[in-house]
Design a protein around this ligand. Structure first.
Ligand SMILES: [Mg+2]
Length: 437
């Protein structure tokens, strides 16, 4: 029996609910519903015109309903009279196939049928900028190597501690906050958990960070590469598969010959992710701007910290996949623009394909990919632009087999429009380099 949100509202003093969903582009949409109406909304959902969000719908389509998942309820720590709930989209009495949260739930159900439960943790890097987003918010943060800088971190203590206190209150188990590798960039880590819970928290974390930053007169951005000379915003994911009861880590093998502490199942999953990485890049790196983070030239700090090829290694951050510890791996390809649900769904779909087809990732590469990448001749390179990535996604067999064509086609259709819109703009670079030809 689902939690009765009307009763929770009375008990916890919630006056309004944000019934929230994420569209195909990762944008968060919501209706603000007074507690007096939540009982009805919990049954029937909040009505939306699907075409008005980034979903592949037309103005002629009937109402789409966002049905709140009461288990995802978060009472806003900075505004306790409001409760936020993630919702699943329905239309004509059916779940909307091309809606991100449903897509992830479907992949998790496929994994569960085989006895697997995916647990993940995400590292959402972000910048604190001026309100218009044109510069970082702290003019004193100018060091060429600013990572872990104590002084710059503590100048932002009011923002960081407010977000961290909120995560403590919500029971997420936050355990560290730092200044990251770019000026004005930060990262906050909380405990890993079941993939859906992590995805919902990822959505909420972005909302919370933006809201708290705004209340301090700043702007928080997860944009993949907001400043050309600085390290971009990654969204690294730590991944493991567990037994259905969540007690046994199926990726763990202490006596792994390669010394990485991974099981055969983990290597096959990893092999699947590597097999499909190029094809799924459009989902992991979904914006025009994403391709300025991966394959990027060296930044002022000396490294981009983003991958440039499809390789894996032990505890070495120059690879697409790093194995930092026994029983899990870190997938470093996704960026701050990734859709929290689609990113994990695509990763799981690729991993399950790897298990089903016993895909072999080969031997780990123990080289510095930034300086010695040319020695790894067989390594596949990542697409150079969103257009390249969309063309690869279009013909991805593994993803099409695992997900419905509907979501793949809808995503490509809307993203191709975005690409065409981008290329229709004349840039200053073009003018400078072409005017006198
Ligand atoms: Mg980081």
């Amino acid at each position: 029996m689902a939690t009765n949100l009307a009763r929770v509202a009375k008990d916890r003093g919630i006056k309004y609910f944000l019934i929230s969903f994420v569209d195909l582009f990762g944008g968060t949409r919501a209706k603000l519903v007074p507690a007096r109406a939540i009982g009805e909304m919990q049954k029937a959902g909040a009505g939306f015109a699907g075409f008005a969000a980034w979903l592949d719908m037309t103005p002629a389509d009937p109402d789409m309903f966002a049905v709140p998942d009461a288990d995802s309820l978060v009472q806003l720590p900075w505004k306790p009279e409001v409760g936020w709930v993630a919702a699943d989209l329905w239309m004509d009495g059916r779940e909307v196939e091309a809606s991100p949260r449903i897509v992830l739930k479907r992949q998790l159900a496929r994994a569960a049928k085989k006895g697997y439960r995916m647990k993940t943790g995400v590292e959402c890097e972000y910048f604190l900028t001026t309100p218009d987003g044109s510069a970082i918010s702290d003019p004193s943060d100018i060091q060429p190597k600013p990572c872990y800088d104590q002084q710059a971190l503590m100048r932002r203590f009011p923002v960081i501690s407010e977000i961290c206190d909120a995560m403590i209150e919500l029971g997420w188990g936050p355990y560290q906050n730092d200044h990251e590798d770019a000026n004005g960039q930060f990262e906050m880590n909380w405990d890993y958990d079941d993939a859906l819970k992590t995805a919902d928290r990822h959505v909420f974390f972005k909302y919370m960070t933006k809201s708290v930053a705004e209340s301090h007169g700043m702007r928080a951005t997860f944009m993949p590469k907001p400043f050309a000379n600085l390290t971009g915003n990654g969204c690294h994911a730590h991944v493991s598969l567990w037994s259905k009861d969540g007690k046994k880590n199926l990726f763990l093998n202490k006596s792994d010959d390669a010394g990485l502490g991974l099981s055969k199942l983990a290597y096959n999953f990893l092999g699947g992710v590597m097999h499909s990485a190029q094809d799924l890049c459009a989902i992991f790196n979904p914006t025009v701007n994403s391709y300025k983070r991966i394959n990027a030239p060296v930044t002022t700090s000396g490294a981009t910290w983003s991958p440039n090829a499809v390789t894996y290694s032990g505890n070495n951050r120059t690879h697409m996949i790093r194995v930092p510890d026994d029983g899990r791996f870190e997938f470093r390809l996704m960026d701050g623009a990734v859709n929290p649900y689609l990113g994990q769904a695509a990763m799981l779909a690729a991993g399950l394909d790897g298990i089903a087809n016993k895909r072999d990732p080969g031997k780990p590469v123990h080289l510095n990919m930034y300086t010695e990448g040319h020695k790894v001749k067989a390594a596949k390179t990542l697409p150079a632009t969103l257009l390249d990535a969309l063309r690869l996604l279009e013909r991805s067999k593994a993803l099409r087999a695992a997900m419905s064509d509907e979501v793949v086609d809808s995503f490509i259709k809307l993203k191709m429009r975005e690409w065409n819109d981008y290329t229709a703009h004349l840039s200053e670079w073009e003018r400078v380099n072409t005017l006198d030809i």
